[in-house]
Design a protein around this ligand. Structure first.
Ligand code: HEM
Length: 166
């Protein structure tokens, strides 16, 4: 038996036999894949708002930052709840370490999104520098969570729904 963890390992073979098809889907379209775009876009929009506010001091960017950070949090919660359902319901997804790496990174991202929205609602004076720094950290975690989510699909074939039609 190989010690390098290749596909000849009986443990990996057992994992490979388990189902990895997405279950939270509408008419064959996985909902997690549809919803993740919203937190990704709104986290970056929040960072953009903060950078423009820092640069211009125009309160317009305070308002866009409040809306964008709120949408990032709500979108992240929606994507996270669907992702959690996939993780817990599908045996082949739960069995993969990579799924948990993605889930932990995503949960930290959602927590940052909540913090970023909350501090702005509490006191707009906290946007510089606290909000800007949280936005930068959230952008890094978005890249980290998105990268690991993509690896689940492209490296592990998780969440694919192969149509029987040609
Ligand atoms: C509690 C939080 C989350 C869990 C447990 C989770 C779980 C999963 C799982 C199991 C997959 C594999 C595909 C599938 O089964 O649908 C996946 C894919 C993915 N996730 Fe998440 N996810 C969470 C939150 C997020 C968030 C907030 C983002 C946004 C950055 C994100 C970005 C992605 C991306 C880009 C993919 C690959 C494309 C796709 O199939 O959706 N996930 N996630």
């Amino acid at each position: 038996m190989s010690e390098t963890g290749d596909s000849s390992s009986p443990v990996l073979q057992k994992i490979a036999e388990q189902d990895v098809t997405s279950t939270v889907a509408v008419a064959g379209h996985p909902l997690h894949a549809m919803t993740v775009h919203f937190p990704i876009a709104f986290v970056i929009a929040t960072l953009g708002s903060d950078v423009f506010f820092w640069w211009s001091a125009d309160p317009f960017w305070v308002r866009t930052g409040i809306w964008a950070s709120g949408a990032a949090f709500i979108g992240g919660m929606a994507a996270g709840l669907i992702g959690t359902a996939e993780l817990l319901l599908v045996p082949g997804i739960r069995a993969r370490v990579a799924s948990w790496t993605h889930a932990v990174a995503a949960m930290m991202l959602i927590a940052l999104c909540g913090l970023n929205w909350g501090i702005r609602l509490a006191d707009e004076n906290l946007i510089l520098p606290n909000g800007l720094l949280i936005s930068m950290l959230a952008a890094v975690f978005t890249g980290f969570a998105g990268w690991h989510g993509g690896k689940l699909v492209f490296d592990h074939g998780v969440g694919l729904m192969i149509s029987e039609k040609e």
